[in-house]
Design a protein around this ligand. Structure first.
Ligand code: PEP
Ligand code: MG
Length: 583
């Protein structure tokens, strides 16, 4: 039966393919389809792992010291009983046989089903049994991983080409770093139950130029593995089990979009200026060094935001050392051939978890917690290492330091003190760097926006992070789909803040850019031009779309229409003012 689900469109385009369901726990394990004909071997692997865990538990039980608390034995007995229940292996084995899921994937899929059933149970004792089941399943997964030489491996994702049809990932949620792991795999779309438009997961999906719809509540429960899906990344719609007619219509739309993209590419070589000859600079936002290749190809005049934290988010690796970071930054600098590269210092916390295992102090999971520069200043050695690596890259081109989430004067003081210290350390080691490296601040906390002179006086350039500025001004967690409808870039408070920041920076002759998602939204290009913005930084997939708007715009005229928009606070009045501005 055909049905449609609705969510938040975060990455444009239409994808048509079969659903590949990634369970919550499955993101932590390898998941691939076993070769046809090898299903029984895989089922045996699962049974062997069960047997291995049974023996382990038995040994533990035998080895319990006489004075061990009674609960220990009871606990091991419960685990033994869970393991002995044939029902736990039954369904995974069926999944292996009928859908060719690898053993760990099949087991975690079943585990999730079981845990969800437990979630509805009120009884505290029974609820606790859910934990036992999870622990037993985790032991089995560990045993399965031990059967393989190396456990978690990115190659475990089966490329869609091997399946023979295009695949769309369906998951409850995907962390930004896990999203990046899909980069080299030929998936054609993403659907998640959770997420908001400017969550980092959505940003990464856009950067991969793969259609994505997030915040599709219950998608991972309602869509089954192998269902045919149409994913409309423009309107936030997911059609499940579409009929032939619908498929044909969407295929037509897909072809049209391809044609338009080809036409757009012709703009690549033209100058970026408005009809009244105001030159506009378009910069790229990147997550990985190699993204710089596309940025240059599409005509970016620099990297406005390199989200360096993506180098730090691999859970399996230790944090990169100075040399490794230097090599990565240098790669971007080299790829940009002398154009500026704003390396944003590590911004972990909130929806971006830090990798590197247990030897690193924790960041805050709340967007109001220990995030970005706040965390860096509590970890001066990690921060100094990063600063030295950026400084060393500055010997080869225009690497610049950009600091996220500053609000307090004392944070600024401390940051500059550490930059000086990093310079001294390099000097003592005889390493080359640019002593006059430019340092910029992100303006993304309302307090910074409201006290802009502090930043204008102390920094070489400013970059407005509208994703966070909106989040903190409107008190909307940008990753929470429950409040996603309140995340409004056009809120009069936001527009007035933006206009004021741009205006003050321009008057003081301090370069100012926007590097939040607003800069890459072609529907907002004329409005930002009207506020006087001349530097836009966005993901490269948006560059030409924004450029097309710029080529049609007359800044002189737009500026005369801005005050009416800024004065409006009633929605109707604002809508009219905007319509007039865009006419
Ligand atoms: C922003 O906040 O707008 C920004 C560009 O930084 P990030 O999205 O990485 O927080
Ligand atoms: Mg930010």
């Amino acid at each position: 039966m055909t049905f449609a689900l609705h969510g938040i469109a975060v990455s444009k385009g239409i994808a048509i393919g079969k659903a590949v369901l990634i369970s919550r726990a499955a993101l932590e394990v390898s998941h691939y389809l076993v070769e046809a004909g090898k299903e029984e071997d895989e089922a045996q692997k699962l049974l062997d792992a069960f047997e291995q865990v049974r023996q382990e538990l038995e040994q533990l039980r035998q080895g319990l010291p006489k004075d061990a608390p009674q609960e220990m034995a009871a606990f091991l007995d419960v685990h033994g009983m869970i393991l002995a229940d044939p029902a736990l292996a039954e369904k995974p084995i069926k999944l292996i046989r009928t859908q060719r899921l690898n053993a760990a994937w099949a087991l975690t899929t079943e585990l999730n089903d079981l845990l969800e059933q437990f979630a509805d149970i009120e009884d505290a004792y029974l609820k606790e049994r859910a934990n036992d089941i999870r622990q037993v399943a985790e032991r089995v997964i560990k045993a399965l991983n031990a059967q393989k030489k190396d456990s978690l491996n990115d190659d475990d994702f089966l490329p869609a080409s091997d399946i023979g049809v295009e695949s769309i990932i369906v998951a409850h949620d995907i962390a930004p770093h896990d999203m990046l792991r899909f980069k080299d795999h030929a998936f054609t779309g993403f659907v998640t139950d959770l997420g908001g438009k400017t969550s980092h997961t959505a940003i990464v999906a856009r950067s991969m130029e793969i259609p994505a719809v997030v915040g599709v509540r219950h998608a991972s429960e309602m869509i089954r593995h192998g269902d045919w899906l149409i994913l409309d990344g423009e309107h936030g719609v997911v059609v499940v089990a579409p009929d032939e007619q619908l498929l044909a219509e969407y295929r037509k739309l897909q072809a049209q979009a391809l044609k338009e993209a080809r036409k757009l590419r012709q703009l690549k070589h033209s100058k970026t200026e408005t009809t009244d000859r105001v030159e506009i600079e378009l910069f790229a936002n990147i997550e990985l060094p190699e993204d710089a290749i596309q940025a240059v190809k599409l005509g970016a005049v620099g990297v406005g935001l390199f989200r360096s934290e993506f180098l730090f988010m691999d859970r399996k690796q230790a944090l990169p050392d100075e040399e490794q970071q230097y090599q990565e930054y240098r790669r971007v600098v080299d790829l940009m051939h002398g154009l500026p590269v704003n390396i944003r210092t590590i911004d972990v916390g909130a929806d971006k978890a830090l990798g590197g295992g247990s030897d690193v102090s924790q960041t805050g999971a709340s967007p109001l917690g220990l995030r970005a520069i706040r965390w860096s200043l509590t970890e001066p050695e990690i921060f100094l290492t990063q600063l030295r690596a950026i400084l060393r890259a500055s010997a080869h081109g225009q690497a610049r330091i950009m600091i996220p989430m500053l609000a307090h004067a004392k944070e600024i003081d401390e940051t500059f003190r550490l930059i000086e210290k990093a310079k001294q350390q390099l000097h003592q080691r005889g390493k080359a760097f640019n002593p006059n490296i430019q340092v910029g601040a992100m303006i993304e906390i309302p307090a910074a926006a409201l006290m802009l002179p502090l930043f204008i006086n102390r920094f070489d350039f400013l970059s407005i992070g509208t994703n966070d500025l909106i989040q903190y001004t409107l008190a909307i967690d940008r990753a929470d789909h429950a409040v996603a409808h309140l995340y409004d870039p056009l809120h009069p408070a936001i527009l007035n803040l933006l206009s004021s920041i741009i205006d003050q920076a321009k008057r003081a002759d301090v370069p100012v850019a926007i590097c939040g998602e607003m800069a890459g939204d072609p529907a907002l290009t004329k409005l930002l031009l009207a506020f006087g913005l001349t530097d836009f930084s966005m993901h490269f997939s948006q560059l030409l779309l924004v450029k097309r708007e710029i080529l049609k715009a007359n800044v002189g005229l737009l500026k005369t229409r801005a005050p009416r928009v800024l004065r409006a606070y009633e929605p109707e009045e604002q809508a009219k003012a905007l319509e007039y501005l865009l006419s």
